[in-house]
Design a protein. Sequence first.
Length: 190
Amino acid sequence: AMAESTSTPPLTSIVEAFEELDKFLQSQPQQQRLSLDTFCQASSLVSILFSCLGLAFKFAEMEYVSKVDDLVEASKTYDTLESIIDFDVANDMVKTPGSHSRNLRRVRQGLDLIRALFEQFLSTDDYSLREAASTAYAQVCAPYHSWTIRTAVAAGMYALPSRDQLLVNLEETLSREEDEKVHPGLTSGD
Ligand code: 1PZ
């Protein structure tokens, strides 16, 4: 189905969305005002990766998606990332759980985790997914998570699929998405 389809595969869409954001920011070195809408669209694309990780990461998915959803809601009121931060700084709410600024930082950490993970992958073929994910998590998110969460994540790492299995899952998920786009309603499931 992938071969017949002319639409862009989801992984490519993710890359393109973030390259667009990068290009925009590079072109505005002085005045970096990033549209919240655009940021949310790019961040939402990433959710597809979770379905490849297995049930143990359902909680991480729900956490990530709920933070993105909050920002989507905020985008009805605020135009840019900066306006959210300005508002929360003025009201001393940057660190308040549930504030848009805090959720923005959580989403950014999630994105950064994926960046670190794929960097690990590119640096060597020997890395298992668990090793790569553990290293990326330790670098990017662990310093900002409670002991309870860090312990749960460490246990969950043992439930991750192998690196090869991840790639298989990824391909299956992506081609299922493609089929769904070409033949809506044909594939069953959620
Ligand atoms: C292929 C990719 C494999 C990567 C596997 C790494 C999984 C890391 C799991 C991280 C679990 C996060 C658990 C929840 C953390 C919560 O305590 C905080 C609460 O925030 P608060 O409400 O106090 O402000 N939530 C978050 O930090 C939200 C973001 C977590 C999601 C990051 C995962 C991104 C990984 C994407 C992989 C597709």
